[in-house]
Write a protein that binds this ligand. Structure first.
Ligand SMILES: *Cc1c(COP(=O)(O)O)cnc(C)c1O
Length: 399
C-alpha cells in the first residue's frame, strides 16, 4: 500500500487551533445539566454555580405556562412542521403566532423565523440585492446584521457607534437605489441603547428604511415589554422591527414585523425564509402564551431594573468601569483579553459565572466581563457576586 499523503488541510486546522490557544482565544462550551436558570450545574461535576450568563431576562424559559404550552402545541400540531413555509410548513399555529406578534408590537404584519440570525439575513439580503443599494450599519452591530450586510450585494457603509452626525454625512454622500439603516436597539455587548427617534428622523429625511434589531429589548423595554420601538413611540412604515423569542420571551425563534408590503416582499424573496423548514409547531403554538406572560411582566421588569441599579451602586467601589445603563446587560470594562479571562475564571472559582467577552466579539482592548441580569436573580445573588468580586480583587483598595 502506498503511504498516504499528509493531510495538509487538517494539519492546517490543527496549527490554526494551536495558534489561537497560544493567544488564549480558544472558546469552550459549558455543558449544563439542568434547565435554564440562575443556579447551574456543570455536567462534569463541581459545585453548583450562580450564573449571570443567560439572556433569559424575565426568567420565562423555565416558566410552567410555557412548558405546558409547548407540550400542548406538540400534542395538537405534531413534532415537526414537515416543510418550508411556501411548500406546506405554514400551519395554523404559525399564522396565529404571526398575527399575535404583529398585534403585540403594533405592526401591520409579521413573519416568523427559526432564529434572529436568519431573520436579519432575510431582511437585509432581500431588500438590498444590487450594487447600487446601500446599507448604513452601526459599528457595534450584532454579527447577524454584519453577516446580512456581507451577504447582500449592497455597498456597506459603517458608521461609528451611535454617531448620528457621521451617519447624516454618509447618507448625503451615498445616494443609492434602495437604502437601509441597520442598528441594534440594545447593543448586545454594551447594553446601551440606540437613539431610535433620531435614527427614524434621519431615515425620513433621507428616504431610507430603518431596521431595528430588538433582540435584547423585546419583552424588556417599552410599555408591557412591547419592545424598544414601542418605548420610543415610533409609528412609521419605514421601521422594520426584528425581535427574537429566545431571550426575554423564553422560547426560541424570531420575527420580523412592519409594513405589510415589506413583509410580503420577505415572503417572496428572502432565501433564509423560503429555503428553510418552518419553526417547530410547538414553539409557534407557545408564542401567544409567551406574549401574555411578557405583557403581565411589569413586576419582573421592575425587579430587573432594581437589580441593575443595585449593581451600579456596587460597581462604584470597583476599579473597573461599569458604564451607567438601564438594560439588564451590564459590561464591566477590563481591557486586556487575558486579564478578562483570568478574572472570569477566578470568579468561577468563587462559584459565580459571568461571560468573559474578548475580540473578535468586541474591539481590541475593550475586553469585558458581561453580567446579564434576570428577573430570576435575587438581591442576595448580587451580594454573592459582590463578595466574589471582592475576593478576586475588584475593589479599588484591594489593588
Ligand atoms: C441573539 C441576537 C441575535 C440572533 O438571534 P437568535 O434568535 O439567537 O439567532 C440577533 N441580534 C442580536 C442583537 C442578538 O443579540
Amino acid at each position: 500500500m502506498r503511504k498516504a499523503k499528509p493531510n495538509r488541510l487538517l494539519q492546517g486546522l490543527v496549527d490554526e487551533h494551536a495558534q489561537r490557544a497560544g493567544l488564549g482565544l480558544t472558546r469552550h462550551r459549558r455543558t449544563l445539566d439542568a434547565p435554564v436558570g440562575v443556579h447551574v450545574q456543570d455536567r462534569d461535576g463541581g459545585s453548583a454555580k450562580l450564573s449571570f450568563l443567560s439572556n433569559d431576562y424575565l426568567g420565562l424559559a423555565g416558566h410552567p405556562d410555557l412548558r405546558q404550552a409547548l407540550a400542548d402545541g406538540a400534542l395538537q400540531w405534531g413534532a415537526g412542521s414537515g416543510a418550508s413555509p411556501l411548500v406546506s410548513g405554514h400551519l395554523g399555529c404559525h399564522a396565529d403566532a404571526e398575527a399575535a406578534l404583529a398585534e403585540f408590537v403594533g405592526a401591520e404584519a409579521s413573519l416568523l423565523f427559526i432564529t434572529g440570525y436568519m431573520a436579519n439575513l432575510a431582511v437585509i439580503t432581500s431588500l438590498l440585492d444590487h450594487a447600487d443599494d446601500v446599507v448604513f450599519s452601526d459599528a457595534l452591530n450584532h454579527a447577524s446584521l454584519i453577516d446580512g450586510c456581507r451577504l447582500s450585494r449592497a455597498r456597506v457603509v459603517p458608521y461609528a457607534h451611535g454617531d448620528l452626525q457621521m451617519l447624516q454625512g454618509l447618507l448625503l454622500a451615498h445616494p443609492g437605489r434602495r437604502r437601509l439603516i441597520a442598528t441594534d436597539a440594545v447593543f448586545s455587548m454594551d447594553g446601551d441603547q440606540a437613539d431610535l427617534g433620531s435614527l427614524l428622523a434621519l431615515a425620513e429625511l433621507h428616504d431610507t428604511l430603518l431596521l431595528v434589531d430588538d433582540a435584547h429589548g423585546f419583552g424588556v423595554q417599552g410599555p408591557q415589554g412591547r419592545g424598544s420601538v414601542a418605548a420610543a413611540n415610533l409609528h412609521s412604515e419605514r421601521v422594520i422591527l426584528m425581535g427574537t423569542l429566545g431571550k426575554a420571551a423564553g422560547l426560541s425563534g424570531a420575527f420580523v414585523a412592519g409594513d405589510a408590503r415589506v413583509i410580503e416582499h420577505l415572503v417572496q424573496r428572502s432565501r433564509s425564509y423560503i429555503f428553510s423548514t418552518s419553526p417547530a409547531p410547538a414553539v409557534a403554538a407557545a408564542i401567544p402564551s409567551a406574549l401574555r406572560l411578557i405583557a403581565a411582566g411589569d413586576a419582573r421588569r421592575r425587579h430587573v431594573q432594581a437589580l441593575r441599579t443595585c449593581l451600579q451602586e456596587m460597581a462604584a467601589q470597583w476599579r473597573f468601569t461599569l458604564p451607567w445603563g438601564e438594560t439588564p446587560i451590564a459590561p464591566v470594562l477590563v481591557g486586556e483579553a487575558a486579564v478578562t479571562m483570568t478574572l472570569a475564571a477566578a470568579l468561577a472559582q468563587q462559584g459565580v459565572l459571568v461571560a468573559g467577552i474578548r475580540p473578535p466579539t468586541v474591539p481590541l482592548g475593550s475586553s469585558r466581563l458581561r453580567i446579564s441580569l434576570s428577573a430570576s436573580h435575587q438581591l442576595e445573588d448580587l451580594r454573592t457576586l459582590q463578595s466574589a468580586a471582592r475576593m478576586v480583587g475588584f475593589e479599588v483598595d484591594s489593588a
